[in-house]
Design a protein around this ligand. Structure first.
Ligand code: 3HC
Length: 681
């Protein structure tokens, strides 16, 4: 096999070029080629400088993740990079696209870095449950200082070239279309000068002079880092860069890296990395299916959901026509959207100009006729089949042929909705999650008759508006809510049998969810869907509403809330629950946290197995994508199906039976198969 690395001579400069699509990952052949390229430059007296660049869409985007966990062949990346840095001929990294992870470490081992304006640099290893493993945590702080290095290493978001230049990570910004020529000229200008090596830099002393920066960083980012192992290891490594000599710092980094690499969190997060990308692929839809152009979107309903959905498109520069029944509802909806944008601007994540840009392409209307030329219309009206069918019949009349008609229903039958139109092929579900402008997940619900181009278009569109999409078949609640209902059933049963409702919430918090089911009820509002008759009480929720406990909005729901929205369990609610349990004749007993956890989570896995078995999800990992992005399932456990495999499917079957719950034939079937959930799909 030919090497992905080739060299070209430009006078006295050797250009080492990688051509390893799609993202120039640093697999074995690339590392080998890089090392040989440097040896070629060093062994040739006519060569006085080196440029390293990549063909294709990006500079090296990191180590080859598919090689992780497998026996690796030399040279390893640190060895290849040490050889590069040791050169006394200047080596220049010429960066375009994304220099990420090991790719950024290649750039750090070079003596200079030049980048095009659109390039980004970063160390996203924490997002894979890792820290940089090729001396990135030791070279970067020595080059830019510990304070500037911390967010890059411990949070992992890449930064644009200009910011990288400002902190000293990039030496020069060069022409977008003249990277190679400019890099060669830059390299020539450095010939004869002593080479600067990041490993010998002294910027790391800022962390020694002011060691408080590490605790301050932890305090500021505590919520983001909760439960994750890698960010703490990253902070430790950056701290070590100030305290230890370079070689020892590298050893420390290696130790931390290997610990993470062999741990369960990184395994889960690497699983998720590929799961998210797999979810983008629809098994029986050809990748080259021609797409429908989406230049204008219609939204029906300007409430919380409709407004949030509209914002996604506006932010991506796609004009939106939003329809309401009455002028005051329309005005209210659009002003909430503006306010949400303004809040984003206050946090520095948007400029006033961008707000005006987004609001400027919004057209509010009361007339269905104004939706006629939309390429996609999404309805976000009341969850009622008759109402939805009426809306779709109307859309079928007014919207041009060839346009996509989508429902944002969270559990209704999309096939039945489609029957209200003469074009069921163009109908599907686009299930956004609240708040729709923030939550990452988009469940794409494929109806029996949904056309391939409609599906493929929505998949592509999801990426454009920054969503993570997964396809679901039509079943009540689709993938996400169908599994959620099983958890909720158990949560309700547990509190009837004697479990404290705050223990139920705490078990999920301890597992890594941002909140438990009763906190979620309080946040959403307990009175949603309430019949408003305090004398008619048939559920605990109705009893709470009758007692004027509506949730966070009026300071009391399952919990009492103080002004800072801190929750305290309520004696009144405890009594309401106890009365209810007594009325229904439930025996009370003490229930351990372990039982609570198993009873909340195992039935979800059981339902997931059925969803998979019925073909409602294309693959188990799609279910993980849904739960991580839509419901706060902790990323570091890899999602419900990956987590279940790690626990052991047999153990889950046993656990369900031990708690008197039925294990489905589907789950038992997967448990008996080698390869578990991955065996069939
Ligand atoms: N290794 C192996 N495959 C990779 C990869 C990597 N580092 N990065 C991307 N790919 C694959 C993807 O799986 C995908 O494959 P597919 O087409 O078969 O699904 C393909 O390349 C294209 O990737 P995307 O769909 O993600 O393409 P985008 O254009 O949307 O994004 C990207 C490009 C920004 C580079 C994105 O792929 C990305 O963020 N990649 C990961 C970057 C990363 O985490 N690097 C650090 C790796 S760990 C490391 O370097 C350790 C070191 O410190 C020792």
């Amino acid at each position: 096999m030919s090497s992905p690395i080739r060299t070209e001579r430009h006078d006295n400069v050797l250009v080492i070029i990688s051509d390893n699509p799609p993202v120039n990952a640093l697999g074995q052949a690339v590392r080998q080629g890089l090392k040989k390229g440097i040896e070629e430059a060093l062994g040739d007296d006519e060569i006085q400088a080196v440029v390293i660049r990549c063909d294709g869409r990006t500079f090296f985007a990191g180590a080859d993740i598919t090689e992780f966990g497998k026996p690796s062949q030399g040279p390893n990346l640190p060895q290849a990079l040490d050889a590069m840095e040791a050169s006394d001929k200047p080596v220049v990294a010429a960066i375009h696209g994304t220099a990420l992870g090991g790719g950024c470490e290649v750039a750090l081992a070079c003596h200079y870095r030049v980048a095009v304006p659109s390039a980004k640099l970063g160390l996203p290893e924490v997002k894979l449950g890792l820290i940089p493993g090729a001396a990135g945590t030791q070279r970067l702080p020595r080059l830019v200082g510990a304070e500037a290095a911390l967010p890059l290493v411990a949070i992992g978001n890449p930064i644009p070239a200009k910011k990288a230049e400002a902190i000293g990570l990039v030496d020069a910004i060069v022409g977008e279309d003249s990277l190679e020529a400019d890099a060669i000229a830059f390299a020539k200008s450095k010939i004869g000068q002593p080479v600067p090596r990041a490993s010998e830099g002294t910027a790391n002393q800022d962390g020694v002079k002011n060691p408080d920066i590490f605790d301050q960083f932890r305090a500021k980012n505590g919520r983001k880092m909760r439960g994750f192992d890698a960010p703490n290891a990253a902070i430790e490594a950056v701290k070590a860069a100030g305290e230890l000599p370079y070689a020892e710092g590298v050893k420390k980094e290696r130790e931390l890296f290997m610990n993470l690499m062999t741990g369960s969190q990184s395994k889960a997060m690497r699983h998720y990395f590929f799961a998210e990308r797999a979810a983008n692929k629809i098994e029986d839809v050809a990748p080259d299916t021609p797409l429908i152009s989406i230049n204008k979107v219609g939204i029906i309903g300007a409430g919380t959901m409709g407004g949030g959905i509209a914002m996604n498109f506006l932010s991506a520069g796609i004009p939106v026509t939003i329809l309401e029944m009455a002028q005051d509802a329309l005005d209210r909806g659009t002003s909430v959207m503006r306010k949400n944008y303004e809040n984003t601007a206050k946090r520095g994540r948007m400029t006033m100009e961008q707000i005006e840009g987004a609001m400027g392409i919004l057209s509010p209307t009361l007339e269905y006729g104004d939706l006629a030329d939309c390429d996609l219309v999404i309805e976000a009206v009341y969850e009622n089949m008759d109402v939805k069918k009426e809306v779709f019949a109307k859309l079928d009349e007014v919207v041009k042929q060839g346009a996509i008609l989508a429902s944002n229903t969270s559990y209704l039958d999309v096939n039945e909705i489609a029957t209200a139109t003469q074009r069921p092929g163009y109908v599907l579900g686009l299930h956004f999650f609240s708040p729709a402008n923030v939550m990452k997940l988009l469940e794409i619900v494929r109806g029996e008759k949904t056309r391939d181009d409609v599906l493929a278009t929505c998949m592509k569109l999801a990426k454009k508006i920054g969503k993570v999409a997964a396809v679901s078949g039509v079943c009540p609640g689709f993938i996400g809510n169908r599994m959620l209902s099983k958890r909720q059933e158990q949560a309700n049963a547990l509190i009837m049998q004697g479990a404290n409702y705050w223990d139920v919430d705490d078990v999920l918090l301890e597992f890594g969810f941002p909140m438990g089911p009763f906190q979620m009820g309080d946040l959403a509002g307990i009175d949603i869907g309430w019949h408003r008759d305090p004398s008619k009480v048939t559920t605990v929720r109705e009893a709470l509403c009758a007692a004027g406990r509506f949730g966070q909005k009026n300071g009391k729901g399952f919990y009492d809330y103080d002004e800072a929205r801190q929750r305290t369990p309520s004696d009144e609610v405890k009594q309401i629950i106890a009365d209810f349990a007594a009325k229904e004749g439930h025996e009370q007993r003490e229930i351990s946290k372990n039982e609570i956890r198993e009873r909340l989570l195992y039935p979800m896995v059981n339902e997931g197995a059925k969803i998979l078995d019925e073909g409602m999800a294309q693959r188990a990992s799609d279910i993980d994508v849904v739960w991580i992005n839509g419901y706060g399932w902790p990323l570091y456990t890899g999602g419900p199906m990956h987590w279940a495999e790690e626990v052991g499917l047999d153990k889950i079957v046993d656990g369900l039976e031990r708690h008197g719950l039925e294990a489905s034939e589907a789950l038992k079937g997967y448990a008996a198969l080698e390869g578990g959930f991955r065996a069939l799909r």
